[in-house]
Design a protein around this ligand. Structure first.
Ligand code: BEZ
Ligand code: FE
Length: 282
């Protein structure tokens, strides 16, 4: 193999994959090489531009640590995370739609009793959340675990505040016999994704803002059902139509209603439907 030029190098690289034992890997690499070469041909990349791209990806990797995942942020802001999610979560009627996990989920979070106040006195407009978890056809799921995490009134998660001694605005609940859960909190604010690295630089160069509309994260798991990773967005928030990570779906926008009961604060009521694992195999 020699004498490659812009018209024959793509086939030569694809031919070099012929001995790949893993059929799926071969499919993925063949498509990747074809699309990557077509992209380079399409825009006729210059050396300067290619070096810039290599430098950008190098800095993206160097920004990663056990606390920061700049590559996932890149995937999120290019819409790839939501595309992968859409392909892998085609939900049946009655099952709640999914969205991105985001970087602020923490595996160790406090177990709290139903009705607990996860704001621990943090400043903000009081919020009562009342949810229920059921199968797509409405059968309540008792004992489902419900992880919640959210930003505070200033748009920060607890993990972004090193001065905090313990978790704030995050907890795990278990649903009762009727599949219900509830907790007290404060209204989450909209916030910018971490934009002090290469991804923020890219957004700036593209004239894009880094903001996400206000939301609460939910991760809900029950035996025999696919774990649901989603958010509920505040219908009054700015940026619902320009989320920096393309994560908004109409079915996930809810009214955080004024609390008629005691006259102050808001109430969010939402029914979550989980997809059963047997539905997955159909
Ligand atoms: C979040 O909602 O926590 C989030 C999601 C994607 C990127 C950054 C933040
Ligand atoms: Fe978030």
């Amino acid at each position: 193999m020699r004498d490659f030029d812009e018209s024959n190098i793509t086939d030569a690289v694809i031919d070099s994959l012929a001995q790949t034992k893993d059929a799926r890997l071969k499919t993925i690499m063949t498509s990747l090489v074809r699309h990557l070469h077509d992209f380079v041909r399409d825009v006729e990349i210059t050396f300067d531009e290619w070096n810039h791209a290599i430098d950008f990806l190098t800095r993206t990797g160097q920004m990663c640590s056990d606390k920061r995942q700049e590559f996932i942020l890149l995937s999120d802001t290019l819409g790839v995370s939501m595309l992968v999610d859409a392909i892998n979560h085609r939900m049946p009627e009655g099952a709640t739609e999914t969205t991105v996990l985001g970087p602020f989920f923490v595996a160790s979070r406090p177990d709290e009793p139903l009705g607990a106040d996860i704001s621990h006195g943090a400043e903000g407009e009081p919020l009562l959340v009342e949810g229920s978890v059921s199968s797509p056809d409405g059968v309540p799921l008792e004992g489902a675990t419900v992880d919640v995490w959210q930003a505070d009134d200033d748009g920060y998660y607890d993990v972004q505040r090193p001065e905090l001694q313990s978790s704030l605005l995050r907890a795990r609940f278990r649903t009762d016999k009727q599949g219900r859960f509830s907790f007290k909190s404060i209204m989450p604010a909209f916030y910018p994704i971490p934009d002090d690295g290469p991804v923020g630089e890219m957004l700036g160069a593209l004239g894009r803002h880094p903001n996400r509309p206000a939301h609460i994260h939910f991760m809900i798991a029950a035996e025999g059902y696919e774990t649901l990773i989603t958010h509920i967005f505040n219908a009054e928030s700015p940026y619902l139509d320009s989320d920096a990570v393309f994560g908004v779906k109409n079915s996930l926008i809810a009214t955080f209603a004024k609390n008629a009961g005691n006259g102050s604060g808001r109430v969010l009521k939402y029914r979550f439907g989980l997809k059963s694992l047997s539905q997955e195999r159909q």
